[in-house]
Design a protein around this ligand. Structure first.
Ligand code: FES
Length: 141
């Protein structure tokens, strides 16, 4: 568990971003409070992987109704991170597990669960490659 901030630091209809580490080890997440509920996502737009907040800590659109990427304007539902408008329409933000304890917000950044996800993606990728090789003559050369 990693402490992000005090619960009171994220007012309703606003968000706050956090970054840890640097280079390939850098991890960025953000927390929003939407309709009194706290939700957390990785701060990486499904379009090209850049942070959503531009300017810093601005995650909601001007009406405070939807999440919006400052890069190219993709619009996401706050409740599940689903993009319904913009260049990554149909894709979603990656949810993170957060919990409130003693008035503070914590991110469950358990590396073992992240590692399991990476392994599952690699297995899937290998399956796709094997399938592509069986139908692509160029891959057989
Ligand atoms: S980087 Fe988010 S919409 Fe392009």
């Amino acid at each position: 568990m990693r402490r992000l901030c005090a619960e009171g630091d994220v007012p309703d209809g606003q968000g706050r971003g956090f970054a840890f580490g640097s280079g390939m080890e850098r991890e960025a997440v953000f927390v929003i409070r939407w309709k009194s509920k706290l939700l957390g996502y990785r701060n990486s737009c499904p379009h090209i992987g850049t942070p959503l907040d531009w300017p810093e800590n601005r995650f909601f659109d001007i009406d405070g109704e939807f999440l919006m990427c400052g890069g190219h304007g993709a619009v996401f539902r706050p409740e599940d991170g689903y993009c319904f408008e913009g260049p990554c329409s149909g894709r979603s933000l990656a949810r993170i597990e957060i919990k409130v304890e003693g008035g503070d917000i914590f991110w469950n950044d358990d590396k073992s669960s992240l590692r399991a996800t990476v392994l599952a993606v690699k297995r899937f990728d290998g399956c796709v490659r094997r399938r592509a090789m069986s139908v692509c003559p160029a891959a057989l050369r």
